[in-house]
Design a protein around this ligand. Structure first.
Ligand code: BGC
Length: 849
């Protein structure tokens, strides 16, 4: 018996994170004979004093343990958990966390360079370390984006700090352990700054500059604690100096220019003390750090018919390319990133106005080169240089927020496995601090609709609570300024077309995402933190309804609806399914979720109120849209009705209709953002699982395997972003890395493998596998918040199915098998009536007889 995954507020070794009321979590692995937690004891110490001791607590919740402590700023805490199991065995593990400044006032001042604000600066100062150091911490924020250097060495492994958030409402502070970077005597601290999302060109249709500010700023406090326990603080102030950085240009979309000759520049000037205007207050960080996660060597070196030199890294990733450079002084090397080749040549047009370049000017010395304040969504990189370069010196790195993969599905169908791998990649690639629509073209925005439809899949694939917590924290701030409405993109761009809000089902992200996070990770603390977001979105809808004298249906307004569905009569991105029906259905779903969330949180009155509202909306939907002959004239219409239980009375009929409609469409789907995640679950739910598998396995257009057959390594924005002849869809809007259609993976986990949470956080799971011989043997492996579940099924030579299920320590499952007779792990044959078998921790097997 071992304890693993000790986290505070869902972060391991949280340094300087916004803790609020901290939730502690852990899990027991390798339980052996131990099946359940009998009690757990949590001890928190600081400065050798015990600040919290739960004693042996029989109710200690391993998903979200609330310790009643008052956290002090800039303080290191050690904590341990000792678990006693039902068989008397115990195990203990320990970890730590450290607070940031919490609400401690800043002594340092914001500084900004005095020179032209288009020049990207380095701000620096020297300081003397007088004695032997015990520890040193730097608390800081830089705007737009920054890197911190101590004595010429970059501090930490984090990039693009402070990340992209709603700067108008809050500014995140990062905490760095700089102890090992300092030396006794004279030291130099440097802060390098770039425009980033804050000030650089950003947004669609050419974008906007100076969106959040028109200058670059930094603030930092370096606390040095000496061995003799004395403390010293060195903060940013008027004594700092600044100069032009070798990064002569940087921008999220367009790339970066680095002139290494400017490294020699010693023309320091005084900084100006000036705070950014129009920004929110400094606050401890929410964002997970953006780090390098995977590396790729060049898979193929391509010399194109147009005499271009192109590096193929074999996988569409988000990140950048680094290289070792040994070029004569003044020589430049230029890289351009892209997703796809066309006619064997380099192609860049689907990135629209994003230049995605990197230019390095050599100073004539060997150097390892990498970008600083930009990133790319790419598989291919064109290299331009007058001097010969070796492909071996180039390496691509995938950068994203630092969360772990927790789910995996393996089948014997190679193309389905590739599809699943592509879903994982599109999730990873669209998780650079913000859940984005795409990582490559001139968008890379936190579109709420994309995030909403993918959030269930996201929560299965990766450990997402901290990542979504940051997104929802921004959403909450944006919502406050919009009277409860949820913007189309978060952080909100307040300019142009994307400044809109309240469009369905984009804005419904405000309810669906926090709920999925709760179902998957079981943290009431997080649910409570985002309950105001959920509630105010439903209230906003309701108030709007009152204005038009019908609070129970959405009757007007702009809605994206089933975006990019293929069933429309007119060309364009809108699907055929009535957008107001979709909006009303989501309104119902959201009111129902708020009622359930209120119940979980003990807000009985709210629970009743939103429950009643949900029923009233449902009645209005049924009166307007439901008839005995089916709601849906479209695949999406029916899928939505079934998934949201809009027509329980006619559900069987609706399922039959839907299945027929799919068959009539030659087993092709034609759904967009709304219908795609719901279609297969709706078919399985109504008994047409085999039709759903037909859809999954259809290799023609439109279908999931179409893109796999055309060599996709990520999920595309359109079902046919690339046409069968390899050319890009002339309709435009062709990102090859949009995860929405990858939302089918949630169905693969929940229905093919059959794993879904019966209790939030998987303390109890429902295991209801749906075997299909076309997939061969299937294994779903899910390292949930409660521990590792495995659901596997396989066909024997006689065509009989065997099922194997593993349940982790301190969790339970109910296994639903098709009615029949099964041989269990001990060779006993027993009948099962389909009612469900209670399983405890351990592994069991059942073979159909
Ligand atoms: C984005 C989408 C987004 C949509 C909404 C597109 O440009 O890439 O994924 O949700 O706009 O209009």
């Amino acid at each position: 018996m071992k304890i693993a995954d000790l986290r505070v507020n869902h972060v391991k070794n949280a340094l300087g994170f916004q803790l609020g009321s901290p939730g502690f979590s852990w899990k027991v692995i390798d339980g052996g004979d131990a099946k359940r937690q009998k009690s757990a004891r949590i001890i928190i110490t600081s400065k050798e004093l015990t600040v919290f001791d739960s004693g042996d607590d029989p109710y200690a919740n391993s998903l979200d343990y609330q310790a009643d402590i008052k956290l002090m700023p800039r303080t290191h805490y050690d904590w341990s958990v000792t678990v006693t199991a039902d068989n008397g065995e115990t195990a203990c593990a320990s970890s730590w966390f450290e607070t940031g400044k919490i609400s401690e006032a800043w002594k340092a001042e914001w500084i900004t360079p005095g020179f032209d604000s288009s020049i990207q600066p380095i701000m620096a100062r020297e300081f003397t370390v007088k004695n032997e150091i015990k520890k040193a911490r730097m608390y800081m924020c830089g705007l737009g984006v920054y890197e911190l250097y101590m004595n010429g060495q970059k501090v930490g492994d984090e990039f693009l700090a402070p990340g992209y958030h709603s700067y108008d409402f809050h500014l995140q502070v990062q905490t760095y352990d700089v102890t090992s970077y300092l030396k006794q005597g004279v030291n130099e601290v440097q802060i390098w700054l770039g425009d980033g999302w804050f000030k650089g060109r950003f947004g669609v249709e050419g974008g906007y500059t100076n969106l959040y500010g028109d200058r670059l700023y930094a603030i930092s406090e370096l606390y040095i604690t000496y061995q003799d326990k004395t403390e010293e603080m060195i903060g940013t102030d008027g004594s700092w100096k600044c100069r032009q950085s070798p990064i002569t240009f940087s921008n999220i979309y367009d790339g970066e220019i680095y002139d290494a000759r400017l490294e020699e520049d010693r023309n320091w000037e005084a900084v100006i003390v000036k705070a950014p205007t129009g920004c929110g207050p400094l606050t401890d960080r929410y964002s997970l750090p953006v780090v390098k996660k995977d590396r790729f060597d060049v898979a193929e070196l391509i010399h194109t018919p147009k005499h271009e030199l192109v590096l193929d890294f074999g996988q569409n990733i988000t990140g950048w390319v680094e290289f070792d450079c040994d070029l004569p002084r003044g020589t430049d090397l230029c890289l351009t990133a892209s997703e796809v080749m066309q006619d064997g040549c380099f192609y860049h047009d689907n990135l629209r106005t994003a230049k995605t370049e990197y230019t390095y000017l050599s100073k004539g010395e060997k150097a390892h080169v990498r970008p600083h304040f930009t990133f790319y969504g790419f598989r291919y990189v064109k290299v331009e240089c007058k001097q010969p370069v070796s492909s071996e010196s180039f390496t691509a790195y995938h950068l994203r927020s630092d969360f772990d993969q927790i789910g995996r599905i393996e089948t014997e169908h190679e193309k389905v496995n590739k599809l699943f791998a592509n879903v994982l990649w599109s999730q990873k690639d669209n998780s650079l601090d913000v859940p984005t629509d795409c990582p490559q073209r001139d968008e890379r925005l936190g579109w709420t609709g994309d995030a909403q439809v993918f959030s269930e899949t996201a929560c299965y694939n990766m450990y997402m609570p901290a990542f979504y917590r940051k997104y929802l924290w921004d959403m909450r701030a944006e919502q406050d300024a919009l009277g409860g409405s949820v913007p189309n993109v978060v952080p909100r761009l307040k300019q142009g077309l994307i400044a809109g809000h309240g469009a369905s089902p984009w804005a419904d992200a405000g309810v669906i995402i926090p709920w999925n996070v709760f179902l998957h990770y079981g943290s009431k603390t997080l649910l409570n933190e985002f309950y105001p977001v959920m509630k105010s979105w439903v209230d906003y809808r309701r108030n709007q309804g009152e204005e038009i004298a019908d609070r129970h249906l959405v009757k007007d307004g702009f809605h994206f609806g089933d975006w990019l569905a293929l069933d429309h009569d007119e060309p364009g991105p809108f699907g055929k399914t009535d957008t107001l029906y979709i909006a009303s259905a989501y309104y119902y779903r959201c009111a129902k979720i708020v009622s359930e969330a209120a119940k979980v949180l003990g807000y009985e009155r709210d629970s009743l109120k939103y429950g009643e509202l949900a029923l009233a909306i449902l009645a209005a939907i049924q009166a307007k849209y439901v008839s005995p002959t089916s709601i849906g004239e479209t695949q999406t219409g029916s899928a939505l009705a079934i998934a949201f239980n809009l027509n329980p009375e006619y559900q069987a009929q609706e399922g039959e209709e839907l299945s027929k409609r799919v068959e009539l469409n030659n087993h092709h789907l034609n759904t967009g953002f709304v219908g795609t995640p719901l279609l297969c679950p709706a078919l399985t739910k109504t008994g047409y699982h085999s039709t759903a598998v037909d859809l999954l396995l259809n290799e023609g257009y439109p279908g999931w395997l179409y893109s796999v057959n055309l060599g996709a390594t990520t999920i595309w924005e359109r079902w046919n972003s690339i046409l069968p002849d390899g050319s890009l869809n002339p309709d435009g809007m062709n990102s090859l890395n949009h995860y929405s259609y990858g939302s089918v993976a949630a169905w693969m986990y929940a229905d093919i493998c059959g794993i879904r949470p019966q209790e939030p956080g998987f303390k109890k799971a429902e295991i209801r596998p749906h075997p299909d011989p076309r997939l061969g043997r299937v294994r779903g492996i899910l390292d949930t918040a409660a521990g590792l579940f495995i659901s596997e099924w396989d066909y024997g030579k006689d065509g009989k199915v065997s099922y194997s299920v593993s349940v982790p320590f301190d969790a339970a499952a109910i296994l639903y098998l098709p009615p029949g007779r099964y041989k269990d792990i001990n060779g006993m044959v027993q009948p099962h009536d389909g009612k469900g078998i209670e399983l405890r921790a351990g592994t069991c097997r059942f073979t159909e007889q």
